[in-house]
Design a protein around this ligand. Structure first.
Ligand SMILES: *Cc1c(COP(=O)(O)O)cnc(C)c1O
Length: 399
């Protein structure tokens, strides 16, 4: 490996392109040499209100002049208020604040096991999920998702984590036994290729969890926070509320914030000392988190996300229809969408970037888009033109 001063002091875990972004506004990023990029990946579904949203800038500046951090050995101002607002707008009765998605998942997994332990079934420890899942990078999260690429080289696989073929509801029911603690799924798979569980599938999961005394955990780290046009993606389904839900990414709008939401029955088993975090839910994080949530639940916000999502999806369908030899189908839901392609998805991403549009990839053959939720019609139109050009410019692999 030749080191030439570019990132040589960093772990080589990432390989970003050489772009020196210095400023962001809304859906736009600017480099030091003045190039403007349209951002359709938004920090991987994180900058939900765009870059430097005026309300978030003001909120963080004001809070920064008052109080940053106490640790959870004291009552952090703003935590109860933000938690209560999330509970009002969800199935949940209580919230645990963390800093990231993988920590939110960690709390979800521990809470599920603890619930059974406290209810006289300590043998219920197994967690079952679907293939192609992604839950973050802690040891528990990579084992829960089971992606061989992310567990290789890190010692023995953790026991008690099982995967089922994607969306096979009957098969997952057959895997449930007296040792099962919970089913853990993403209502819309993010990293796994934007695969969506239908409302019926979500409802069926709820039904079978009830039938077998198993908890239902939704990982909405990527598809929550308004991404699909509802505050949470599972809200597209009737009667499919989880017992536990992990949130992060978009809920902090760019400030590190994760959350584990749960019903009272689950949360009350996580008694004093059973779990904790030093940073989680500090005063800065919950101040920003509250501003983000208040924007998202303001009148008309979700209707606009749905409208923008419809426009983007129509445009993607048109590209798919125009370039059927290269595009397999449109994937995803709301503003977490993309194209499954027969050309290299990374080549399309790079060709789009060469044309000043930033997109991501997912699942090996999907080009992923997750623009800020405040994206405008004009920005969507521009992105579609560039994406179409990028696909046109990308050659199919030779047969
Ligand atoms: C990104 C992601 C995570 C992990 O979040 P981090 O903040 O990177 O730890 C977990 N679950 C899903 C569905 C995600 O998309």
């Amino acid at each position: 490996m030749a080191y030439d001063g570019f990132r040589e002091s960093l772990f080589p875990t990432y390989s970003p392109p050489r772009l020196d972004f210095v400023e962001g506004r809304g859906a736009w990023l600017r480099t030091a040499d003045g190039r403007e990029f349209l951002d359709f990946i938004a920090g991987i579904a994180v900058n939900s209100l765009g870059h430097c949203h005026p309300r978030l800038v003001k909120t963080i500046q004001e809070q920064a002049g008052k109080l940053w951090h106490l640790s959870n050995m004291f009552d952090v101002p703003g935590q109860q208020e933000l938690a209560a607002l999330y509970c009002e707008n969800s199935f949940a009765d209580a919230v645990f604040f963390a800093n990231s998605g993988t920590e939110a998942v960690e709390c979800a997994l521990k809470s599920a096991r603890r619930f059974h332990y406290a209810n006289g079934a300590p043998e219920r420890v197994d967690i079952i999920g679907f293939d192609g899942a992604f839950h973050g990078r802690t040891y528990a999260a990579v084992n829960a998702a089971g992606n061989p690429k992310y567990v290789e080289g890190f010692g023995p696989r953790l026991p008690s984590y099982k995967q089922c073929a994607f969306a096979e509801i009957d098969a997952i029911e057959r895997m449930i036994d007296e040792k099962t603690a919970a089913i853990l799924v993403e209502p819309v798979q993010g990293e796994g290729g934007l695969r969506v569980l239908s409302p019926e599938q979500l409802t069926n999961l709820r039904t079978l969890c009830d039938k077998h005394g198993v908890l239902l955990i939704f990982d909405e780290v990527q598809c929550g926070a308004g991404r699909t046009g509802k505050l949470f993606a599972h809200q597209w389904a009737e009667n499919a509320t989880p017992d536990i839900m992990a949130l992060a990414k978009g809920v902090g709008g760019g400030f590190p914030l994760g959350m584990c939401l749960a019903t009272r029955a689950v949360a009350e088993t996580m008694t004093v000392g059973t779990h904790g975090t030093t940073y989680g839910g500090n005063a800065l994080a919950v101040a920003v988190g509250r501003a983000v949530l208040e924007e998202m639940i303001s009148p008309g916000f979700m209707a606009r996300v749905e409208e923008a999502a419809g426009l983007l999806r129509d445009g993607l369908e048109k590209i798919a229809a125009r370039q059927p030899e290269k595009v397999v189908e449109v994937r995803g839901k709301g503003l977490l969408v993309g194209l499954q392609v027969r050309v290299a998805n990374t080549a399309v991403r790079d060709a789009a970037r060469d044309r000043n549009l930033l997109v991501g990839v997912a699942g090996g053959d999907v080009v992923r888009m997750a623009p800020p939720l405040i994206i405008t019609d004009a920005e969507i139109a521009r992105a579609l033109v560039i994406l179409d050009e990028a696909i046109t410019a990308t050659n199919l692999p030779e047969a």
